[in-house]
Design a protein around this ligand. Structure first.
Ligand code: SAM
Ligand code: SF4
Length: 329
């Protein structure tokens, strides 16, 4: 298994399939985009499937989430999902996407074995969407969400980031709309992972503010008291339930002690934490013909070095070199 020195076991693998994206969300990427990885640097579909196979059959991974950049831009996505769904024990397979193109691909992804999808949508207002993402694609995301629900992907979750002065007034409207459409909404605190290094703690809309704003329109009760396990989202029942809303307070209420994540970048580096400043190269060993046992040992060594926490509250905190779009959220 993938154990670290603090006794945590990673069972949830996040695989970034590309660092490219068709949006330019202000909290993630600069307007001009980034220097994308060149094709030879990217893992091939076969290499990704081999590494997922090693993780699932040799390292105890039970959940695989594909992300990016924008994973729907990866031409081989459906095939990768299909091959991962054929693994035994079968992992649960999910996708985090901005939803653009999902209207076309949701049925094929479902048929290939995708279980669940998280679609990122920060606003119900097309003009605010344009301001936040620098692209006029709001309608495509809404169509993608509709298609995901129609394809039977369940639950369909929505991830929203609130930005002060842009969409921080929208939390109750987003929740009302999500409830009406049977989507499960989760708010994510903005993290210092933007490529521009522009994050400021004072500007961040905190979980507390989000809950206060939701509380003006809805009665929220904690879904369960005590430990939240490894789930990053703390969840609240809305107006007595069964509908729920989640808040992922990575900055103000970090969940590092229960973290069960391991991450693989599109160029084959293992990251043991979203905020890690070191990575472990699996691609070189893979391409030099390492055996499965050797790959297992490399991956285990990468996780063994995982730090206790993100270090966000440490005055010496330094943002990782790789931005969120190249790590995979
Ligand atoms: N492009 C896909 C998408 O947007 O869903 C997948 C990759 S994106 C990096 C994954 C998630 O990270 C999205 O929900 C996005 O809103 C979130 N994200 C990106 N930058 C962030 C930041 N600085 N703080 C918090 N969440 C962020
Ligand atoms: Fe693209 Fe997702 Fe980053 Fe937005 S958050 S720029 S959709 S990778």
């Amino acid at each position: 298994m993938l154990l670290d020195t603090y006794g945590r076991v990673a069972t949830d693998l996040r695989v970034s399939l590309t660092d490219r994206c068709n949006l330019r969300c202000t909290y993630c990427m600069p307007e001009e985009g980034l220097r994308w990885l060149a094709k030879p640097e990217l893992l091939t579909d076969d290499e990704i499937v081999r590494l997922v196979t090693i993780a699932v059959t040799g390292l105890g991974v039970t959940e695989v989430r594909f992300t990016g950049g924008e994973p729907l831009l990866r031409p081989g996505l459906v095939g990768i999902v299909q091959r991962c769904a054929a693994l035994r024990p079968r992992p649960s397979i999910s996708l985090t996407t901005n939803g653009i193109g999902l209207a076309r691909t949701a049925d094929a992804l479902r048929a290939a074995g995708l279980d669940r999808v998280n679609v990122s949508l920060d606003t119900l207002r097309p003009e605010v969407f344009h301001r936040l993402t620098r692209r006029n694609r709001h309608h495509d995301v809404i169509a993608g969400l509709d298609a995901a629900r129609a394809a039977g992907l369940a639950p369909v979750k929505i991830n929203s980031v609130l930005m002060r002065g842009v969409n921080d007034d929208e939390a109750p409207d987003l929740l009302a709309w999500a409830l009406e459409n049977r989507y499960e909404l989760r708010f994510i605190e903005q993290m210092p992972l933007d490529a521009q290094h522009g994050w400021q703690r004072e500007d961040m809309v905190t979980a507390e503010e989000i809950l206060r704003s939701l509380g003006e329109r809805f009665a929220l009760t904690p879904e369960r008291s005590g430990e939240r396990g490894s789930a990053p989202a703390e969840r609240w029942l809305v107006d007595g339930g069964p509908a729920r809303v989640g808040v992922i307070a990575s900055v103000t209420r970090p969940f590092c002690r229960a973290c069960d994540r391991t991450r693989l970048t599109a160029d084959g580096q293992v990251r043991n934490c979203l905020f890690a400043r070191e990575e472990s190269d699996l691609r070189t060993a893979l391409r030099e013909g390492a055996s499965d046992e050797e790959m297992v040992r490399l991956w285990q060594a990468a996780m063994w070095g995982k730090k206790a926490g993100s270090g966000l509250d440490d005055p010496s905190f330094l943002q990782p070199q790789r931005p969120m779009s190249a790590i995979g959220g």
